[in-house]
Ligand binder design. Sequence first.
Ligand SMILES: [Zn+2]
Length: 253
Amino acid sequence: MRDFSLASYLRIVSALRDRGLGVYPVRDWMRHKPASGVVMRQDVDRRPGNAVAMARAESAAGIKATYYFRVVGSANNPEAMKAVAELGHEVGYHYEDLSLAKGDVQKALKLFGQHLSEIRKNASVDTIMMHGSPLSRHYNLGMWAQASPIDFGLMGDAFLHLDYRDTVYLTETGRSWKSSSANLRDRPPDALEAQLDDGGTQAVLSFLTRSKAKRFAFSVHPERWDAGLVGWTMQYGKDALANGAKRLIRMLR
Ligand SMILES: [Zn+2]
């Protein structure tokens, strides 16, 4: 089976179900603070059609997740936001205002407020998650030195306000589930790391069957999990290029 396809993503969903783990959107995880389960987060960087397809498949499988949409580029798609919300998922804001404001915190906060109210025209928004902006030198979390997401009527930020202790954090940033130099910036420091044989989804599935952990946090990028072969091939090429660029940036920093 082709990895990083919608079908292979759904194998993770059924593995979680086999273990009897409840799957929560970020808002519900923050509210209920469950002792066991999975917090499921989808960062929509681009290709919102993939996000809608994934949201539909998850909904059919009986799980709910949080979809964080960027306002930059193709991800800023009101129809996709509405569709995801109507399927019962949470919609959040995937912000990068500090890098858009080139490091000017006051300007970033103003932009953040404007972008948030744009998204709120399509769906109610309670939580946010920064976009890693791998090619920018500004770390988007930096804007919270002078304000709080609470000031904007939000419950919190998925990076700052979730308790990641005793929680295994899994992300496929850089098209690998193994943590590497390609997943810069987006790993919460308190989270546990999964011991994986390699970066493929099969390794995650076997980890899920043998792991004794009770809490998991998933960070997934729907653009990568394509249902069709053409999209899959294009994303495969793009991931290979981006990983090379990120390694170069790390070397230069
Ligand atoms: Zn992102």
